[in-house]
Design a protein around this ligand. Structure first.
Ligand code: C2E
Ligand code: CA
Ligand code: CA
Ligand code: CA
Length: 279
């Protein structure tokens, strides 16, 4: 038994070392990814299901690693946050997302908003609002076409800083959405005080809504809550017609999910969503 434990221990540390080495390697590559231009922005359509109209896009970061191929943001965003690299990467993301949507706007594809995800670290930067302001100035994107997605955790973490920053962003004309709503905290108090525009219902509530009556009760309640607070509500991760129709029946007609489209590259997005209106 002793021998076995010893072996297990060896195996365990070797695996740990491998993992650490791999992580250091990935971290090194992450440092270089910006200058190597390995990042790309994908856009996922947000649709008004009632009007069958595109009203916005969510910008989602993609890392096309020269050797490993596409790496999921679930994997590299935490690393970028640990190392502080999320600051320059996030700035690149914001600038290029604004630039792209301004281009589409100028090309006559009609008005639709772009939603950009923010990490706490970016948001907590002392000059963050100035950075945003200068990106808006540089790209000339009308601020009403820019929205930020924040998680509840970010808001709860430092309420007074967050409150001040959100006020300043709103003064610029930007709107704020709560991402993954319902997933983390059960504290609803901040909804009363924060000038929030939109709730994005976490996809875990939308999944199984046809089979699971608890899920559908919670979902209906969240939609009601948003409506009573006069907030826009977006259902996220909508994959089936049943889910879409359930949301619609409860009065939530803004949706995003694979049913409509996965996140798309610029070329794919133009082909599928902008071609028809060109002229
Ligand atoms: P998120 O902000 O909640 O983004 C939605 C995620 O759900 C995206 O994953 C999207 O591809 C996926 N999704 C969309 N529709 C469906 C669906 O119908 N079913 C399912 N199962 N999934 C769907 P993605 O692109 O892998 O991004 C993962 C997370 O990485 C994002 O979650 C966000 O938290 C983070 N992230 C992505 N881009 C950025 C960024 O630029 N900055 C920051 N700070 N975080 C980002
Ligand atoms: Ca998001
Ligand atoms: Ca989300
Ligand atoms: Ca389902």
């Amino acid at each position: 038994a002793k021998e076995l434990a010893g072996n297990n221990y060896c195996f365990y540390t070797r695996e740990m070392n491998n993992r650490t080495i791999e992580n250091v390697q990935l971290e090194n590559d992450l440092y270089k990814a910006l200058e190597r231009e390995e990042f790309e922005i994908y856009f996922q359509p947000q649709v008004d299901y009632k009007e069958m109209k595109l009203f916005g896009v969510e910008a989602l970061l993609r890392w096309n690693h020269r050797k490993k191929g596409m790496i999921s943001p679930e994997e590299f965003i935490p690393l970028a946050e640990e190392t502080g690299l999320i600051i320059p990467i996030g700035e690149w993301m914001l600038k290029n997302a604004c630039k792209q949507v301004k281009n589409w706007h100028d090309d006559g594809f009609g008005e639709f908003k772009v939603a950009v995800n923010l990490s706490a670290l970016q948001f907590e930067q002392r000059n963050f609002v100035k950075v945003v302001q200068s990106i808006l100035d540089e790209t000339k994107l009308p601020p009403r076409l820019l929205g930020f997605e924040l998680t509840e955790n970010l808001i709860i973490k430092n309420k007074s800083l967050t409150y001040t920053t959100i006020q300043q962003l709103i003064a610029l004309g930007i709107t704020i959405s709560i991402d993954d709503f319902g997933k983390g905290y059960s504290s609803l108090g901040y909804l009363k005080n924060f000038p929030i525009d939109t709730l994005k219902i976490d996809k875990s509530f939308i999944r199984d809504v046809e089979e699971d009556t608890d899920s559908s009760a919670i979902l209906a309640t969240i939609i009601h809550l948003g409506q009573n607070l006069k907030l826009n509500v977006i259902g996220e991760g909508v994959e089936t017609m049943e889910e879409a129709n359930f949301l619609l029946s409860k009065g939530c007609h803004y949706m995003q999910g694979y049913l409509f489209s996965p996140p798309l590259s610029i070329e794919e997005f133009e082909k599928s969503f902008l071609q028809k209106d060109k002229g």
